[in-house]
Write a protein that binds this ligand. Sequence first.
Ligand code: ISL
Ligand code: CA
Length: 578
Amino acid sequence: MNGQSWWQDGAIYHIYPRSFHDTNGDGLGDLRGITEKLPYLQDLGVDAIWMGPVFLSPQVDNGYDISDYCDIDPLFGTLADMDELIEAAQGRGIRVLLDLVFNHTSDLHPWFVSSRDDPRGPHGDWYIWRDAPPEGGLPNNWRGFFSLPAWTWCPRRGQYYLHLFAAQQPDLNWENPAVREALAGVARFWLDRGVDGFRMDVINLISKRQGLPSIPPGESPAGYFIDGPRVLPWLQEFRRDLSRERKNHEELLLVGETPGISPEAARAYTGGGPEGPALDMVLLFDHLAVDHGPGGRWDPRPLRISALRQVTARWQGELQEPSWPSLYLSNHDQPRVVSRFGDPREYRYESATALATAFYLQRGTPVIYQGDEIAMANYPLASPGELQDIESINALEALCAGGMARDAAFERIRHEARDNGRTPFQWSSEEQAGFSRGEPWFPLNPDYPRWNARAQAGEGAPGSVLAFFRRLLALRKGHEVLRRGGFSLVPVDEESPLFGFCRDLTPWRDLGGEIAQAGEGPERAYIWVNLSGSEERLPSGAGGDLVGEETALALSNYSAPGETGLLRPWEARVYLRT
Ligand code: ISL
Ligand code: CA
C-alpha cells in the first residue's frame, strides 16, 4: 500500500541465482550461495532481494518455464535451503521477494500435460487452445517475444495452443477462475513460508482480447495481449485474495514486470483505489529503448541522451502520487549498463557511478541488478556458438531467415544478447572469480582479475564502484528529500550530454511542459551528471547556477574537488540544500 512503505525508503537487489554464488561446485549458483553472501548485501545497504525463479523447471528459459511452483529445482537446492535463506535474510533486515511466472507454465507442468491429454478433464480449459482454421494457417497472426509465431500445433490434442514465449511455455487461461484460484494458492504457499512479496513476470500479458482477433498490420499488440481488458480486475482479485489471509498485508510488496505498458495502464495498476493499488510498482521498459533503431531491440544504435531525458521526465511525470516508480538500469534480460550507456574502456568507474547517480536518485525504488555495483561489463561474445539464451538464438535465426548475412546478424545480436548480463558474479581474482569450485555454466568475463568485488571492497579502494554504491544508497537513506521528494528535470540543450534534476519536498507541480519547476522546500537536492567523456559546463539559469551557492556537495564520483560550474568526464555531483 502506498504511503509510508518500506520499499519506498529502501532499495532492492536483483539476484540471478544461477550466476550469483555456487557452493557445491556444480557450476551453478544456488540458494546456499545467496545465504552465504548476505553479509555482502547487508554491507551494500539493500533492503530486499528479488531472486529470479528457482522453482522446478526444465530450464528451457532458465527457470521462466516452471513445472512445479511449490518446489525448488534441485539445481538450486531444497525447500529447506529456501526456508533457511528467508530466515537468515530477514534476520539481517533484508526482505525476500520471489519471481512468480504466472502468464505461462512449462509444457511439462502436470497442468499442461493433463490439459493436452484430456481435453474434457479437470485441466482441459487451463490453457488457450484453438482449432486449426478451416482455411489453413494459424488461429491468428500473433507473434511472440522470442521471434516465433505464438501458436504451436499439438498432435495429441489436435489443436493449437497459444504461447507468447517459447513453445515450451504455454500461456495459462486466466479466464478460467480455477486457474486464478490455483495461482493465488501458489502465492499463499510462499507467503506462508515467510516471503515478503513478489515480482510478477510479464503480468500485463495475462489477459487476451476476447475472440483473439488478428492484429491489423502496423498496429501494436497493446489491447490484444498487452494490457488486455481484464489485467486490472484480475490483479485486484489477486491482491484481495492475498491480503485477506495475511496479517501484515500492507507490508506485502507486489512488483509487476510490464513490457510495453501504457502510462494509463501503469497508473491503473498502481494507482490506489478503495482497497489499495493492485500492484505497488511496475517495471518499465521505455528507458531501455533509447538505443534501439526502427528495427527494435536487434537494431542497436548509439545512446540518445535527449531521448533518455525525455523518457525519464515523461514517466516521472506519469507516475505521480499515489503511484510510485521503480528505477532500474539493467537486469538478466539486458546487456550490462556500463557497456551499453557508459564507457567501459576509458571511464569504467566514472561512467558506472555516473549512471547509478542519474537513475537511483530519481523518485522511486532502486532495483539494482547483481554485478552493476562492481561495474560488470558485457561478455565479449565472439561467435554465435557461444550464445546460450533461447531469445538470442531464435533472433539470430530469424534475422538470417529474413535474408541477413550471418555475420551481420550476429553483430546485431551480440550487443543486446541477454547472455551479456548473465555471466557469473565476479567475487575475487581467484580461479573462477571465487564463483565456483567447478566449471561455471557460462564462462566468466575474462576481465574478472581486475573487476571484482574483493578488489573494490575497501572503503578507500580507489576507483571502487562498490564503495560509491554504498555511499549512494546511504545518502538516499539519510535524506528524506532523496527518498520522498518530487522530481523535476532541469532543461538543457537538445545535444547536451548533461542529465540534471532537482528533488524537492514540496508537492510536484505541473507547469505545463516537460519541466516542472522546484518550489520552496525545507530540503532540496540537485543532481548533475555528465553522461560523456568531455568536460561540460552547467547551464546558467534553470538550476545550473543554483549549484554551489546555498548548497553543499554531498556526493561526487571524483575525489579531487572540481570547478563549481564545470563537470569533468562522466562526473556526477549531488548537492543538498538543507
Ligand atoms: O527484455 C525483453 C524484451 O526487450 C525480453 O527479453 C523479455 O522476454 C521480456 O521482457 C519478458 O521477460 C520476462 O519473461 C520472459 C523471460 O524470458 C524473461 O527472462 C523474464 O524477465 C518469459 O518468462
Ligand atoms: Ca550449485
